[in-house]
Design a protein around this ligand. Structure first.
Ligand code: SF4
Length: 177
């Protein structure tokens, strides 16, 4: 049986959504019979592959590197899922948007004001976007799984339905926070 190629991406989030993915526990064994992981922070693969069937995205888009990876993943993926409140709404990652110059303000706060001595803003890190954005503001999203983190059971439900060629019914399953 041909396996469904699945990837997961970690943008600006706390990794809690990936932990929830792993919290599927023994249900992962059932999934493993049907899917082949082809890209993930859980694996050591540097380049996003071609012809991915399904990609789950954790985290909001906060810098140019993430924005580029997200656009590449969208081009190379059939079904793209926004996973967790940071991906769906921006959530805590987007708190810096309250500052008008949020990209500069957060760098100054982290590297200068909180430094005991010789604080300096690094130049070798990806350029921050002016505003943190949820996934659907950058690319088209096929399905949303909110939650902080999304419950493992809901992640498993959505994946199981999609692998069966069905459309997940999120009524009563979508919960923020
Ligand atoms: S939605 Fe919650 S658990 Fe997921 S990355 Fe954001 S803060 Fe972490």
């Amino acid at each position: 049986m041909k396996k469904t190629k699945v990837s997961t991406i970690w943008l600006s989030g706390c990794s809690g959504c990936h932990m929830s993915f792993l919290d599927q526990d023994e249900l992962l064994l059932e999934l493993a019979k049907k899917i082949q992981m082809v890209y993930s922070p859980l694996m050591d693969i540097k380049t996003f592959p071609e012809n991915v069937d399904l990609t789950l995205i954790e985290g909001a888009v906060a810098n140019e590197e993430q924005q580029n990876l997200l656009k590449e993943a969208r081009k190379k993926t059939k079904i793209l899922i926004s996973l967790g409140d940071c991906a769906v709404t921006g959530n805590v990652t987007a708190l810096r948007n309250a500052w008008s110059d949020s990209d500069q303000a957060v760098l100054k706060k982290a590297y200068m004001e909180k430094s005991n001595k010789n604080g300096q803003i690094p130049t070798d890190v990806p350029k921050l976007l002016k505003k943190v954005r949820p996934i659907h503001e950058v690319v088209n999203v096929d399905y949303f799984i909110p939650g902080c983190p999304p419950p493992a059971g809901v992640i498993n439900y959505v994946l199981t339905e999609l692998l069966a060629g069905k459309t997940p019914n999120m009524e009563g399953r979508s919960k923020y926070g």
